[in-house]
Design a protein around this ligand. Structure first.
Ligand code: ADP
Ligand code: MG
Length: 702
C-alpha cells in the first residue's frame, strides 16, 4: 500500500478531537447536556447516526393516501370533534382539493392544542396512515398550523435522531451539520485506501458521513432503513476496524512482555490422570498439547478454549494449572458466579490436595480474618487460588502468579480479564492467560471478537453420553411433567426445575422461585426439594448446592443462577418453566446441566401458549439439536449477533453502527487493513481508535 497515505501531523488533522464546547452555538448548558449523552468532542457528533429517515420532500394528496405508509400531507380542517367527559378525544378532519379526507386523532393532548384547530385552518402533518373506524387516519402525527404561504419542502430526506437529555432530533441534526463542516481534508480523515474502497464498493468517509446525515431525495431509502446502504457499510467498516485494532493492540502489548517458561509438572499431571475415573478424550489431549506448547515459551500464552457445555474444560484447566504449579509458579482461576467458583474450588481441592497442593478460596463474600488469611497464603505462595471477580481486585497480591485462568469468559469483560493478568505484571512480566468458554462462536466472528486470543476447540464430548432428549410441553400439561419428576426421582435420579420469570429483577425472580418451590413441595410430598436463587446469601446457596450435589435433595428449584458450569452428573431431568422467554444460547447452557453422567437425560421446555412463530422455531431447533455450534449459528440467523456474542459479551464497548452478522463479509478486509496499519501506519491507527472509542480507550491501554 502506498506510503503517501501516511499522515504527517495527526494533531493538525484532528479537528474532530476539539471539545464540543468550542462549537458555534454550544453554550455551557448545552455542552453539559451533550456530555450526559456521551458526546464530548466534535467527532462524537460525526458518528451519532440517525435512528431512521423521514421523507418530507413531497406532499401526498389526501386522495392518494394508502394505509400502512408514512406520508406528509397538507389540508384544511373541515371538522373538529373533542370529548373530555369519558375519555379525552380530539379528532380533526382534514380535506384538500383532491377530494380526499384524513382524520388526525389525538388521545393525549392539551386544551390549548385542541383550540388550535378550527374549521378553515390549514395544517401540514406527517405520520403513519392507518385504516380507522371512519376512514384513513393518523394517530398523534407531527403537525404544524400554517399561516399564509406554505413553507418550502425539505430538499433532503430528514434524519431522525434519538431524542435525549432534552435535545430533540432537529436540534441535534443542526449541531451535527455544524460539526460536519469541520471535517478535515479527506487525506487526513480516511483510513481506507482508495483501491480497497473501490473493491468493496464503499464511498469515502466524507461522502459516507454526509450521506447518512443528509441523504438526498433519491438516496436508496430501503437500504438506509435496513442499515445496508454503502454509506452505512462504510461506517460499519470503520467501526469494525477500530474494534479489531483495539484487540490486536492488546495482544501486541501483552506479547511484548515476558512470561515464565513452564515446562514442569509432568509428574503431578500423571498423578492426577491416574486418579481420574476416565481417560481424556482426543480433543482434550490435543488442546492440552497446544497449551503446553504455549506455556513452554517465554511469552505470555493468550489462549481461548472453546468447548460446548459438558465437553470437559475443567480438567483441561486443572492439568494446565499443574504444569505451571509444577514449574514453581502460582495459578489463579476466576469464575463468573460464586456458585460456579465454589464448585470449582471443591473439584480442584479434591484433585490437588491429595497431591500436596494448597487451594485457596477467595470470593467477594470472604471478609475479615478469613480474607486476610487467604490473602496472606497467596503472598506466601499457595499453589492455586479459586474465586470470583474478587480475585481481580487491587488488594489481591500473588507471590509469583504464572497463569490466570478465566472460566466462562463471556461473563467477564476484556478489562476484567486483563486486570487479573496484571497481577503478575511486575517488571513487564505477565502471567499466561487461559480463557474457557462454552459460547460457540462461528470462526469468522471469533477472529474479530477474540482477535487478541489464539483459539483451541474442544470438539468432542466424553464418550458414553446419551444426548439429552428435549421436549416442548404446554404449561397446560404441567401435571404430566410432575409425574415425570416423580418417576425420575423414584429411580434414584435428580431433577432441576428452573424458573425464568423476570430477567431484570432478581427480587421478582426470587419470588417466583419461592412460589414454584412451595407449589412443587405440595405436589411432590415425600421428595426432598431444595431452593436456590440469587437473593440468598452465599452460605445459604452453598449449603443447598452441597446437599444437591451430595444427593440429599431430589429436586432443586432454581432461578437461572445455575445456568453456567454447575456439574451434578446424577441429575438427569431438567424442567425449564416459561422456556419461551429465554434465548437459545441460554437454554442450551441450562440444558447442559443434565446429560453429564451415563444416564439417559431429558429436558422439558415448559411454555406458556400461544407461542409466536419465532418462539416456536427456537424451541423446535432446541428439540432437534444438541450441538452448541449449530444452535449458535441458527441463533445468529434468527436474531442477529447482538446478544449471543455481541461486543457486550466480548466485553467491548457496544457497536454503534456495525452488526457482526450483517457485515460479516467485511471482516477479511478489516483484518487485512488492520495488519497494514499496525505495521506501517500506527499514527493513523491511533487516530481511528481515538475517533471511535475516545474515553472508552482506557481499557486498551490497560
Ligand atoms: P464443561 O466445563 O466443559 O461444561 P466439565 O468440565 O464440567 O464440562 O465436565 C463435564 C463432566 O464431564 C464432568 O462431570 C466431568 O467429570 C466429565 N468429564 C470430563 N472429561 C471427561 C472424559 N474425558 N471422560 C469422561 N467424563 C469426562
Ligand atoms: Mg465448565
Amino acid at each position: 500500500m502506498p506510503s503517501s497515505s501516511s499522515i504527517e501531523s495527526p494533531a493538525a488533522a484532528d479537528a474532530g478531537a476539539q471539545p464540543l464546547a468550542g462549537l458555534a452555538g454550544v453554550g455551557p448548558a448545552l455542552a453539559a447536556a451533550l456530555q450526559r449523552r456521551g458526546l464530548h468532542r466534535v467527532q462524537d457528533l460525526w458518528f451519532t447516526l440517525p435512528l431512521r429517515y423521514e421523507d418530507l420532500t413531497t406532499l401526498t394528496p389526501l386522495a392518494a393516501l394508502v394505509a400502512g405508509h408514512r406520508a406528509q400531507v397538507e389540508g384544511v380542517v373541515s371538522q373538529v370533534e373533542t370529548g373530555f367527559r369519558f375519555r379525552p378525544l380530539l379528532r380533526v378532519a382534514l380535506e384538500d382539493a383532491t377530494g380526499g379526507m384524513l382524520v388526525l386523532r389525538f388521545i393525549h393532548f392539551r386544551r390549548t392544542q385542541a383550540a388550535q384547530f378550527a374549521p378553515g385552518v390549514r395544517v401540514r402533518a406527517y405520520g403513519e396512515v392507518r385504516a380507522g373506524a371512519q376512514g384513513l387516519e393518523m394517530v398523534h402525527p407531527r403537525y404544524r398550523i400554517l399561516a399564509g404561504e406554505s413553507p418550502p419542502l425539505a430538499q433532503q430526506l430528514t434524519p431522525v435522531y434519538l431524542q435525549a437529555e432534552g435535545i430533540g432530533s432537529t436540534r441535534l441534526g443542526m449541531l451535527i451539520l455544524r460539526a460536519l463542516a469541520l471535517l478535515p481534508d479527506e487525506r487526513h480523515l480516511d483510513v481506507l485506501p482508495p483501491a480497497m474502497r473501490q473493491r468493496l464498493g464503499l464511498p469515502d468517509l466524507h461522502t459516507a458521513l454526509y450521506t447518512v446525515h443528509r441523504p438526498s431525495v433519491d438516496a436508496d431509502r430501503a437500504a438506509l432503513d435496513a442499515g445496508v446502504h454503502p454509506a452505512q457499510r462504510r461506517l460499519a467498516f470503520e467501526e469494525l476496524l477500530a474494534q479489531h485494532l483495539a484487540l490486536r493492540q492488546l495482544r501486541q502489548r501483552a506479547r511484548a512482555c515476558t512470561a515464565p517458561v513452564c515446562t514442569g509438572g509432568a509428574a503431578l499431571q500423571r498423578q492426577l490422570l491416574a486418579r481420574l475415573p476416565y481417560a481424556l478424550t482426543g480433543a482434550q489431549r490435543r488442546v492440552l498439547q497446544e497449551i503446553a506448547a504455549d506455556l513452554a515459551m517465554p511469552r505470555p500464552m493468550l489462549r481461548l478454549v472453546q468447548g460446548d457445555v459438558g465437553s470437559g474444560k475443567t480438567v483441561v484447566a486443572a492439568l494446565a494449572a499443574l504444569a505451571v504449579v509444577g514449574s514453581g509458579w502460582q495459578v489463579a482461576l476466576a469464575a463468573p458466579t460464586e456458585l460456579l467458583a465454589e464448585q470449582h474450588a471443591r473439584t480442584l481441592r479434591g484433585w490437588l490436595e491429595p497431591l500436596g497442593l494448597e487451594v485457596v478460596w477467595l470470593a467477594g463474600k470472604v471478609q475479615g480474618r478469613a480474607r486476610a488469611q487467604s490473602l496472606q497464603r497467596l503472598q506466601d505462595g499457595a499453589a492455586l487460588c479459586v474465586g470470583t471477580h474478587a480475585l481481580m481486585q487491587e488488594a489481591v497480591q500473588f507471590r509469583n502468579l504464572g497463569l490466570a485462568i478465566v472460566d466462562e469468559q463471556h461473563r467477564f469483560g476484556v478489562h476484567q480479564r486483563l486486570s487479573l493478568a496484571d497481577k503478575g505484571a511486575a517488571a513487564r512480566r505477565v502471567p499466561h492467560q487461559l480463557v474457557l468458554t462454552a459460547t460457540p462462536i462461528p470462526r469468522t466472528l471469533a477472529m474479530t471478537a477474540y482477535a487478541d486470543l489464539d483459539v483451541s476447540v474442544l470438539d468432542e464430548l466424553p464418550p458414553g453420553r446419551t444426548p439429552v432428549q428435549t421436549v416442548a410441553v404446554s404449561s397446560a400439561r404441567r401435571d404430566e411433567v410432575i409425574d415425570r419428576i416423580r418417576a425420575a426421582c423414584a429411580e434414584g435420579r435428580q431433577a432441576y426445575w428452573v424458573c425464568t420469570l423476570v430477567e431484570e429483577s432478581a427480587e421478582l425472580d426470587a419470588q417466583a422461585a419461592e412460589a414454584a418451590y412451595a407449589r412443587l413441595r405440595d405436589q411432590l410430598p415425600g421428595l426432598s426439594v431444595g431452593l436456590v436463587h440469587g437473593r440468598m446469601n452465599a452460605a445459604g446457596k452453598q449449603a443447598v448446592m452441597h446437599a444437591f450435589a451430595g444427593g440429599r435433595l431430589a429436586l432443586l428449584v432454581a432461578t437461572t443462577v445455575i445456568e453456567v458450569g454447575v456439574d451434578v452428573p446424577n441429575a438427569s431431568l431438567m424442567v425449564i418453566e416459561n422456556a419461551e422467554r429465554l434465548g437459545l444460547a441460554q437454554l442450551h447452557q441450562l440444558r447442559g446441566r443434565v446429560g453429564r453422567g451415563a444416564h439417559a437425560s431429558s429436558c422439558v421446555l415448559l411454555y406458556q401458549p400461544p407461542l409466536s412463530a419465532t418462539a416456536r422455531a427456537r424451541l423446535e431447533l432446541l428439540r432437534s439439536s444438541t450441538d452448541g455450534f449449530h444452535i449458535a449459528e441458527m441463533d445468529l440467523r434468527l436474531r442477529g449477533a447482538g446478544e449471543l456474542l455481541g461486543t457486550r459479551q466480548a466485553g467491548l464497548p457496544a457497536l454503534r453502527v456495525a452488526d457482526l452478522v450483517r457485515d460479516a463479509d467485511l471482516l477479511p478486509a478489516v483484518r487485512a487493513l488492520a495488519d497494514h496499519l499496525l505495521a506501517d501506519d500506527p499514527l493513523r491507527a491511533e487516530l481511528l481508535l481515538a475517533r471511535w472509542f475516545g474515553a472508552a480507550r482506557r481499557y486498551a491501554q490497560a
